[in-house]
Design a protein around this ligand. Sequence first.
Ligand code: ATP
Ligand code: MG
Length: 251
Amino acid sequence: MTLVEPGHPRAKSLKIRERLAEGFKAGLVVPEGLAAHGRGEAFDYFLGERTTSHAREAIRAAVAVLLTGESPVISVNGNVAALVPSEVVRLADLTGAKLEVNIYHRSPERERLIAEHLRNHGAKTVLGTEEEYATKIPEIHSDRRKVDKRGIASADVVLVPLEDGDRTEALRKLGKVVIAIDLNPLSRTAQAANITIVDNIVRALPLMIEEAKALAGTPREGLLRIFRRYDNGKILRSSIELMRRRLQELE
Ligand code: ATP
Ligand code: MG
């Protein structure tokens, strides 16, 4: 393992890379996942590597929706498992959401490793690995079309951190409320989701956990109001505008 000096200007970002590299060696992350992370990092640079007020607004709406969902699900891929395993387990506990392994580059072995990794971080049940419960979403043309009957297939709300655009669109067509975490506000995922948290998953998850604690006990009507008042188009436009301004300042 390489050691990142704490004083290094990009220490946090290098630490995250280390975690992904370890996840890669452990068989959780695929090479494509490392490249996808790099795309995210570029946008994080434009954001100033911090959580914006727009992201906070999206986080609040996202947690409100998760709490009102009848059968909410958190979809977990290799990068998510490598970066925030304890946090997704905690968020699932606090919101009553189920955890489901769903990966783009599919292999039964990697699915098993991701599920085991989540269980090692406290998850009691992890869906998405048993063939007898597998079903397919015909609208999706990648391996990700395989979903769990008890999970994403029957969910009303799905949190898809670091998602692919096709699947987000397909899940929307099926009438599900889709929450995405994506540093790129221009991606098809960001544009297609009901709620897009434009933030690094490493910063967003702990804040979602705090928000879940803060909103616990809020009457359902109050939670629904938060969602109704939320405007994803506005949040995306503001995020893009913020990046544009920062780039001008940095020139
Ligand atoms: P789309 O298919 O939605 O148009 P894409 O093809 O650009 O998106 P993918 O490769 O499908 O992107 O998925 C990676 C996405 O995840 C990228 O948009 C990237 O910005 C984002 N991403 C990567 N790492 C992180 C992270 N740590 N936190 C938040 N977002 C991230
Ligand atoms: Mg894509």
